[in-house]
Design a protein around this ligand. Structure first.
Ligand code: PLP
Length: 361
């Protein structure tokens, strides 16, 4: 492998090396066409095959039922904060939101533009150290959906299981899609920006149950209606071709690795190594409560901000990059998405022990 660091960035994040290598060839000459894949018409049979394959692989890997549409959209996961309520709510309609971090707060703000919002749970006063158990909130019977962020990238918390409620779930899975197995049929809509577990920034995946496509109010702008994109196979306008191509390659990589069950096992092992090191002494303190710990983003603090700065600088010097925590939590964050190699986690754990020994609190 060419010289590469261990990239703990929260996103855009590390991608499988073999995907990058293949892409670097395809970007110059795609399938012998004499032109690169980002120069090819999105209406060409070659590019249509790229889209079809990406969708088919996603359906296979996630077990997406036939009555769901898969959309490849632009505008980032943040555009879904308004597209979801714009399409599914309306005057007099209500949704229940669980406030577990920055990304749910932003979604709540947008949802209030389109309908009534009941924030049934919030851990904001505890700086989002946890996600709720179902006993900690109630879901209004007349609500259209229950919205949750499955993995809170900034705080390092994750729903260990999805709520079993008598209501359709809508979830922002931007930072943990395809990291673990779950039953898609309990969700009305799932969305995820690609730039953590799926590919580069530029494409957002939406998985939507077909019957919801008819709920969109008539005065919704064409580009912002899910039905527009569902009816045209995400080709109403030019799709983000390069990002979709990379997603397809990443999905192929994941399938070859053994699919979601195989990667879940690896993800659990990687996270367990880091959490065991954090818990081994009082030197490192995890931000998330143990029952809410994320398998994707491991957040922790050191005894002082000065030691944190030194830790991050020395880690970077050893090619352990991107460990600085988000400003709202401080400390460190190790993002260990699907493509992050186990050796990098082992190297970080070893460095944590060494740093603790040579920098007493
Ligand atoms: C859980 C979650 N949702 C939404 C977003 C926003 O994504 P985008 O930048 O694609 O709008 C992020 C970005 O990190 C995220 O982690």
């Amino acid at each position: 492998m060419a010289e590469r660091v261990f990239n703990f960035s929260p996103g855009p994040a590390v991608l499988p090396y073999e995907v990058l290598e293949q892409a670097s060839r395809d970007i110059v000459n795609f399938q012998g066409m004499g032109m690169g894949l980002i120069e090819v018409s999105h209406r060409s049979k070659q590019f249509i095959a790229v889209m079809d394959e990406a969708e088919a692989l996603l359906r296979e890997l996630m077990g997406i039922p036939g009555n769901y549409k898969v959309l490849f959209l632009q505008g980032g996961a943040s555009s879904q904060f308004f597209m979801v309520p714009m399409n599914l709510l309306g005057p007099g309609k209500k949704a229940v939101y669980l406030n577990t971090g920055t990304w749910s707060k932003k979604a709540i703000k947008e949802a209030k533009l389109f309908g009534e919002v009941n924030v049934a749970y919030s851990s904001e006063e505890q700086n989002f150290v946890r996600v709720p158990t179902p006993a900690e909130y109630t879901v209004d019977k007349d609500a259209e959906y229950l919205y949750l962020v499955s993995n809170n990238t900034i705080y390092g918390t994750q729903f260990p299981e999805f709520p079993v409620v008598d209501k359709m779930l809508v979830s922002d899975m931007s930072s943990d899609i395809l990291s673990r197995a779950f039953d898609v049929s309990r969700f009305g809509l799932i969305f995820a920006g690609a730039q953590k577990n799926l590919g580069p920034a530029g494409v957002t995946i939406v998985i939507i149950r077909e019957d919801l496509l008819d709920r969109t109010p008539a005065n919704t702008p064409t580009m912002l209606s899910y039905k527009t994109h569902a009816d045209k196979g995400s080709m109403f306008n030019t799709p983000p071709c390069f990002a979709v191509y990379i997603v397809g390659q990443v999905l192929k990589w994941l399938k070859n690795l053994g699919g979601v069950e195989a990667i879940e096992k690896i993800n659990r092992e990687k996270a367990a190594l880091l959490y065991a090191r954090i818990d081994a002494s009082g030197y490192y303190r995890g931000h998330a409560e143990p029952a809410s710990r994320s398998l994707m983003n491991v957040t922790f603090n050191l005894p002082t901000p000065e030691l944190e700065a030194k830790f991050i600088a020395e880690a970077t010097a050893r090619d352990l990059n991107g460990l600085k925590g988000h400003r709202s939590v401080g400390g460190c964050r190790a993002s260990i998405y699907n493509a992050f190699p186990r050796e990098g986690v082992v190297k970080l754990v070893d460095f944590m022990s060494e740093f603790e020994a040579s920098n007493p609190a």
